[in-house]
Design a protein around this ligand. Structure first.
Ligand SMILES: [Zn+2]
Ligand SMILES: [Zn+2]
Length: 205
């Protein structure tokens, strides 16, 4: 399996994952402190992909863009969260984030190349609209954002959330990926599809 490094930052203890693809390093999500962590790790970042636009996952996007000059990829429904001032204020959040324009708009597709690594991109809404999971079949690795956790699922009570949609998406799109697939979630420890199929209390297969 491909090597990855993880960092957890911010008050919501949000995970991000750096993967070394054939053409360089990519990072999934950008919690507070991620930019400094990359610098300390001596990771020369080539691409930042966002699983979704919640503020705890995008705090360091502008700093990373400024430091590494790398493109930023996001679902079009999450794009306003990183590029429009006042987006979070509208929903009553008091966070101030520095804004950036996304470079790549990403949507569900059976195959897309990122830095020489092939991913299936899955759109699994319900935690929020435009919530993406990135699946590397050859590495049996799923970068899942806030969709499926070890023994849990993402919250569905935030703006744009929908529990039934989330549960159905997990059952239909994630549980079919394979027993041994390792899930790297946005919060908490990693898990496998097999373990969640057997014991996740929220979504039964
Ligand atoms: Zn979230
Ligand atoms: Zn989160």
């Amino acid at each position: 399996m491909i090597a990855y490094r993880s960092f957890t930052g911010g008050i919501f203890e949000t995970n991000c994952y750096a993967l070394e693809a054939p053409e360089g390093w990519m990072l999934f999500d950008a919690p507070e402190g991620a930019c400094d962590w990359l610098v300390k790790q001596k990771i020369e970042l080539r691409l930042l992909l966002l699983t979704h636009g919640h503020v705890d996952h995008i705090q360091d996007v502008a700093r990373i863009k400024q430091h590494f000059g790398c493109p930023i990829g996001v679902h079009k429904e999450s794009a306003p969260m990183i590029s429009e001032s006042g987006f979070f204020r509208e929903f009553g959040f008091q966070f101030e984030i520095e804004l950036v324009e996304p470079d790549l708009l990403i949507e569900a597709t059976p195959s897309r190349d990122f830095l020489g690594l092939d991913f299936e991109v899955l759109d699994v809404p319900g935690h929020c609209p435009g919530s993406l999971c990135f699946f590397s079949r050859e590495n049996e690795l799923l970068v899942g954002g806030d969709v499926l956790f070890a023994g849990g699922v993402g919250r569905w009570d935030l703006p744009g959330g929908d529990g039934e949609l989330l549960f159905a998406g997990i059952r239909e799109k994630l549980y079919s990926l394979g027993e041994n697939v390792v899930v790297l979630p946005g919060h908490g420890p990693s898990t496998t599809i097999g373990a969640e199929r057997r014991s996740n209390p929220f979504v039964r297969p």
